[in-house]
Ligand binder design. Structure first.
Ligand SMILES: [Zn+2]
Ligand SMILES: [Zn+2]
Length: 361
């Protein structure tokens, strides 16, 4: 994520802002320009961005529910923005707490789509492809406590996110019960969409052999593998080969976990670069921990540039968190095997795997 600026007064803005705190302009995110736009009222429910040649815009229909701040062209047919048109089911907003929880899911979803759009990944809605298109079911548990709980997961482009995960106490309880160092809404979105892009970029693109060479044989029975994982836990020493304990359950989970981390890394580095961060620890002359975030991680083709910046940055930010008595921002250790898996995701996202296969043919 980067920093934005109000075109009217220069105030620095967050991605979630809906009104400039300094000059009062309404704000919306304009995906094709990758800008937060300050808006002047135009006719009816349309707005004129204070951006050259942007054209008149309307808010996404979910803005009326305080669930979106993205814009669509005023002359277009889409009522929903590039992120919200992938919604398939939203919870009953009349039920207690559902509105605020859904709004939190939507905020995380927009950050997911920011990254997917930045990486230029293919985004196909369910309307355009009813079988494999990307869609979201945001589901609340049934009111009776004994009933089955909604399970977060992915099935052929359809991503289910349990609304209960938007309740901080509930999510923290689940995190502790599963022994996870990290559990967030954004993390759920990044993980589940990793399964979708395995379908699109690996299976449907004919790259199963290349992916199996890195993540292992995914033909092993998935349900049995998950049952085994929940019964026995992860093998000792898993940290050498996997980014998380859950990634050991099955190669599909390994791919999705690694994919999520790739998005964590690239997006956090972009924010570091937006602040002009530099890391150079003063206690050592060893310059392997020196880095200046002076590149765009979403566009950088060289994986080494990204990972060489990530390790010093996390060392620094984890140390800042510890000074505040907080858990590490990035509570993971990335060994060489895990870095190679992340490198495969990077190469896949940038079309490098695809080009290498085409060149070899
Ligand atoms: Zn302003
Ligand atoms: Zn929207």
């Amino acid at each position: 994520m980067k920093l934005f600026k109000c075109q009217s007064c220069g105030q620095v803005l967050y991605f979630e802002n809906t009104r400039c705190e300094r000059c009062g302009h309404l704000l919306g995110y304009l995906p094709p320009r990758d800008r937060m736009a300050a808006l002047e009222p135009a006719k009816d429910d349309t707005w004129e961005p204070l951006l050259k040649d942007a054209g008149a815009v309307r808010f996404c229909a979910n803005a009326a529910l305080n669930a979106c701040n993205w814009l669509v062209p005023a002359d277009g047919v889409d009522r929903f923005c590039l992120a919200c048109r992938h919604n398939h089911t939203i919870p009953d907003l009349g039920a207690a707490d559902n509105m605020s929880r859904w709004q939190r899911l939507e905020a995380a979803k927009r950050r997911l789509f920011y990254s997917l759009l930045k990486l230029g990944l293919p985004l196909v809605t369910r309307a355009d492809d009813p079988v494999h298109g990307l869609a979201f079911d945001f589901l609340a548990d049934q009111p009776q406590a004994s009933g089955p709980k909604v399970l977060t997961g992915h099935d052929n482009g359809m991503i289910t996110i349990a609304l209960a995960e938007a309740d901080d106490a509930e999510r923290e309880q689940r995190r502790a019960k599963m022994g996870e160092p990290y559990r967030t809404l954004l993390g759920h979105f990044r993980h589940e969409v990793g399964h979708h892009f395995w379908d699109v970029l690996v299976r449907d693109a004919g790259l199963l052999a290349e992916c199996r060479a890195v993540f292992g044989d995914d033909t092993q029975d998935y349900d049995a593998a998950l049952q085994r994982h929940y019964a026995n836990g992860s093998p000792p020493g898993w940290q050498h080969g996997f980014v998380s304990a859950y990634a050991t359950a099955h190669p599909w989970e390994d791919f999705a976990e690694t994919w999520a981390h790739y998005l964590h890394i690239v997006d956090t580095l972009e924010m570091g670069a937006a602040f002009g961060l530099r890391v150079a620890p003063v206690v050592t002359t060893d310059d392997s921990l020196d880095v200046a975030l002076d590149f765009d991680p979403y566009r950088t083709e060289a994986w080494d540039t990204i990972i060489d910046a990530w390790l010093p940055l996390t060392f620094a930010v984890n140390s800042l968190n510890r000074s505040m008595g907080q858990p590490d921002l990035y509570p993971f250790v990335l060994g060489p095997q895990v870095i190679a898996k992340l490198g495969f995701i990077h190469a896949l996202v940038h079309g490098q795997v695809q080009r290498a296969v085409a060149d070899a043919a």
